[in-house]
Design a protein around this ligand. Structure first.
Ligand code: MG
Length: 365
């Protein structure tokens, strides 16, 4: 039960349409990496690493380099179950959290497959069914409303709307969505830090009157005093995402008292560090939400297992982005029916990568 080999495969899958978010966020394809951990028993664990240079400073090439030259040599030969020793080996390497996170998830997948147990059970076993939310990128108002109405008809009842470039247009969109979707549907917003304090202070109360449930990162995370003042003036709970990317970030945010909900993204904290984050959140009385990193079906399934394992995830999880990609990579992509993702009962992540597809989309041929 030893880690024999770790490999990283860069790939690219186009999105059906570009994703726009925040002031500069623009993605037109999933230029991610497949991380594979092979054991001496012939088991293969897998995970997805998502580079976000403008958020974490990691690129597809830097992750490939980090896995091949720094991480793989440190963990190859270690027992698969020795999660504390594995972390002790890779932790001293500064940064590179996405590379470390994906390696950690692939090791957990291999461990689940070795033990014959699905990951959501191995991690905590809270539930095997997780409600999901739909994310709407920045786009024309009419288009966004139409998209949400169609998604609601498929049974998804929670909508995260990317806002921040034009607050007046955002206010109009939220009003239109409330009218089109009805009062029972959850609508929340993510500004990706794009508002100034004055804009947030002026426009968020109007969105509150349209019943938004949560607001994610309304202002630049460096503006701690402004964020604190804003949190004292609005009643809608604030989600921490870019402000809460590591356990020590979360500890600082808890002390600051701005956020009520933490977006947990397993691509940046793996399972090992994500556990530390949710335990800090629980102790401070905060809730958690599974965040999206525009994952393919591999990343979505990995996050679904983590989000299903623990009670602290009391909000619908952001696990639907893979549905907007032109293709999937798993033999059996996650199934979402009536707004619920049901976890597979097979060991580990519960599926394998479709080798034909990874051959087709890999960039290192
Ligand atoms: Mg966010």
């Amino acid at each position: 039960m030893k880690i024999q080999k770790v490999e990283a495969v860069p790939f690219s899958i186009p999105y059906s349409e570009p994703l726009k978010y925040g002031l500069r966020g623009f993605l037109k394809s999933a230029d991610h990496l497949l991380i594979r951990v092979m054991t001496d028993d012939g088991i293969t664990g897998l995970a997805e690493a998502m580079p976000r240079p403008i958020i974490y400073g990691e690129s597809q090439k830097s992750i490939l380099w980090a896995v091949e030259h720094w991480l793989a040599p440190r963990v190859e030969g270690l027992p698969l179950y020795a999660l504390e020793r594995i972390w002790d080996e890779i932790e001293p390497l500064r940064g590179n959290n996405t590379a470390k996170g994906a390696l950690d998830i692939a090791i957990h997948d291999a461990l689940g497959k070795t033990l014959g147990m699905p990951l959501y059970r191995l991690l905590g076993g809270w539930t095997d069914r997780i409600p999901v939310a739909w994310m709407v990128g920045q786009k024309a108002t009419e288009e966004a409303v139409q998209e949400c109405v169609e998604v609601l008809e498929k049974g998804i009842r929670s909508f995260k709307v990317k806002i921040g470039i034009d607050p007046e247009k955002d206010v109009e969109l939220i009003g239109r969505l409330r009218k089109a979707l009805g009062d029972d549907v959850t609508i929340y917003v993510d500004a990706n830090q794009a508002f100034s304090y004055d804009e947030a202070n002026r426009f968020l109360p109007i969105m509150e009157s349209e019943g938004i449930a949560l607001v994610e990162e309304p202002m630049p995370t460096w503006n701690t005093k402004g964020r604190l003042r804003l949190s004292q003036r609005i009643s809608v709970p604030i989600i921490g995402d870019e402000s809460a990317t590591t356990p020590s970030d979360v500890e600082r945010e808890i002390d600051l008292g701005v956020i009520s909900v933490i977006s947990v993204k397993t691509p940046r904290t793996g399972y090992y560090q994500s556990r530390k984050i949710i335990h800090l959140a629980e102790q401070a009385g905060l809730s958690c939400i599974i965040g999206s990193q525009a994952d393919t079906d591999i990343g979505a399934l990995a996050s679904a297992h983590f989000g299903s394992a623990f009670k602290v995830f009391s909000h619908p999880a952001e696990l639907t982005f893979f549905l907007t990609m032109k293709d999937n990579l798993l033999e059996t992509p996650p199934k979402i029916e009536d707004g619920i993702l049901v976890l597979p009962e097979e060991p580990g992540l519960g599926t394998r990568v479709d080798e034909g597809k990874i051959e087709h989309y890999r960039l290192d041929k």
